[in-house]
Design a protein around this ligand. Sequence first.
Ligand SMILES: [Ca+2]
Length: 296
Amino acid sequence: MSKPLRYLFLLLGFIYSGGATAQTQPQPRPLPYQENFDALSAAATVYPDGWQGWTLSGAPGSNFNTAAPSADKALTPNGSASGTANGVYNYSGKLGFLNSGSVDNSLVLAVNTSGQVNVTVSYDAMTIRNPYDGNSNTRINEMGLQYRIGATGSFVNVGGTAYQNNTVTQTGSGITQPQQLLAVSIVLPAECNNQPLVQLRWVNRQISGAGSRPSFAVDNIVVAGAGGDITPPVANSLVPANQSADVSPAPPCKSSSAKMWQRTRAVFTCTTAVTVKPTHLPLAILPLPSATTSSR
Ligand SMILES: [Ca+2]
């Protein structure tokens, strides 16, 4: 194989491998939206419509990662408090995620807020796995909600959604009961109003401690807005008529006895017989006087 051809194949291989790891952007769900995952089997490995698991770039840290996702994360079925592998979990009736020291996982829900203002997101935040034991495992992590408009760019943290695990150990096999249940409800910023795609992403960061990490989950999600008047005003009549070509300002009357002007077909003419030569009329469309009649 010639050298240029070899480079071409290498380049195509690079592009293909990049495409294979591209992130899935879930289709936005219309509002109002509700999901309690009752219809999702604990063994399901396919995300509900509008949902996706993502891995974020870099290792988990003390700040919420706001960067665009770096890869899809498969849905791990039959998750419970004993699961220690990092992943996005199907926790039987709720979805959640667990980080490792090097992998930062997240959950995203896409919604369509077209025609809606004051979009409220409500959900139950909870801990499923909590390895806190006061000895080698003392980690407190925090889950928060983020959003972005569209499917590219960075995310924005939503204030007032911080949720932390407590210090009660829960690591039993098969346990999927919510621990430290907290109902969160927040109105999204105005830029989320009337958008064909808003992505809502749950992420977590490390607050304190060391050792194994807790896992978080969400359930009973409700996203709803207040229908707003977002239709721009439309002018339903124009004076002069749109695309009028022969509109002229009121020409001077040649006769002093001609006092009144009448508007006829977007042209002002003297009520008395006065000839106004077309060549004297301006070609441009000019605004008409505010009054429909005027006297001279
Ligand atoms: Ca549920």
